[in-house]
Design a protein around this ligand. Structure first.
Ligand SMILES: [Zn+2]
Length: 359
């Protein structure tokens, strides 16, 4: 015998009733009055783990657990809609993720979580990030320069094992920075382009970001930074804005932090990607030294660089390691491409509050 709650639909009173199923009919009695509801006629609404049963045109309803409903009417109970199946899958993933976060801790769990995050999900999330980043950072207008950056991104993508299409673009900001978004977008700011003194240096920055994408560091940073908020998005699916909400709550899209280990890995992997693409990997060391020098100066730009390299620890050491790994090769950009990149962003730009960055 299965218990259910019966509401007559006219009064607030609820009755606990024993329900039996036989010959395609649910039978139960309320205060001695017998009811017989043909199962095939019932409107069934599933609310979380409960099922609400009603007859068409009748305000009375029975509420019982979905498990019990399936026991009573196996043929109808199995007819789960796709949306519900997706929700169940999402909840299972969420439960697993919550376990990982609670028992292992977000920082430690973020690597495995990032690698387990389906690429399709990261891509979808990237679209949401990109929509927001478009509000904060306007792309630079120079089409030829943008194309040159994209050509290098394409070569790095081919050299990498990235599940994502790499898309690079120059944007206007008030700080020297480069960052990768979930799903393969790489943004380089005008100030960083200005700071780079050779194609090799800029290529090293892009390759470093490409390595973050390939190694799923971006997703890892997202997990570390957003943790449970992301799980919400996994559960409720795209388009609801919950993921975006989480991003907004986290304060800033660029406020994601990589671990020191991830940074060192991105340096060496980035240089390997350049080598595999048949390009020089000699620009990384010099660019790190340039960053270190720029941070010595006075004023807001120096402060912004200090902020940047504080998330990139041991700049001098990283420069030395990069020099040791450097291999010669042709530059990533022709002189015409380099000139186009240097001219891509307008010299005058609106000032805005600096967002702390990660590189
Ligand atoms: Zn980095």
């Amino acid at each position: 015998m299965i218990q259910a709650r019966f509401h007559d639909g006219r009064t607030a009173a609820a009755h606990t009733v024993d329900v039996a199923a036989a010959d395609g009919t649910l039978s139960f009695a309320v205060a001695g009055e017998p009811f017989a509801w043909p199962i095939a006629d019932l409107d069934v609404e599933e609310l979380g783990d409960r099922a609400r049963l009603a007859r068409p045109g009748d305000a009375a309803r029975l509420i019982l657990s979905i498990k019990d409903w399936r026991t009573l009417a196996p043929s109808r109970g199995r007819r789960l809609r796709r949306r519900e199946l997706r929700l169940i899958a999402g909840l299972t993933l969420a439960a697993a993720a919550v376990c990982a976060v609670v028992f292992i801790g977000v920082p430690v769990a973020s690597g495995p979580l990032a690698r387990a995050t389906p690429a399709a999900y990261e891509r979808r999330m990237g679209e949401s990030f990109e929509a927001q980043i478009g509000l904060a950072f306007k792309p630079c207008a120079g089409a030829a320069g943008q194309q040159a950056l994209q050509r290098l991104a394409g070569r790095l993508e081919q050299a990498s094992d990235s599940p994502f299409e790499l898309r690079a673009r120059a944007v206007q900001a008030s700080m020297a920075n480069a960052f990768a978004l979930p799903g393969g977008a790489i943004l380089v700011t005008d100030d960083l382009i200005e700071m780079a003194e050779s194609p090799d240096e800029l290529a090293a920055v892009l390759a470093h970001e490409a390595a973050h994408v390939e190694r799923r560091h971006v997703m890892q940073a997202v997990w570390r930074s957003l943790g449970l908020g992301l799980i919400l998005d996994a559960v409720v699916g795209g388009g609801t804005g919950a993921g975006q909400q989480a991003v907004l709550l986290a304060g800033s899209i660029t406020d994601l932090r990589y671990s020191r280990k991830a940074e060192l890995e991105a340096d060496s992997r980035g240089q390997a990607l350049l080598n595999r693409a048949g390009l020089s990997s000699a620009g990384m060391g010099p660019f790190f030294r340039r960053l270190a020098e720029a941070a010595e100066g006075e004023g807001p730009k120096a402060a912004a660089v200090r902020e940047l390299i504080s998330t990139h620890p041991d700049t001098a050491r990283r420069a030395a390691l990069s020099d040791a790994r450097a291999r010669p090769g042709p530059p990533a950009f022709t002189s015409a491409e380099w000139a186009a990149i240097k001219a891509a962003c307008p010299a005058e730009k609106p000032r805005r509050r600096l967002l702390p960055g990660f590189g």
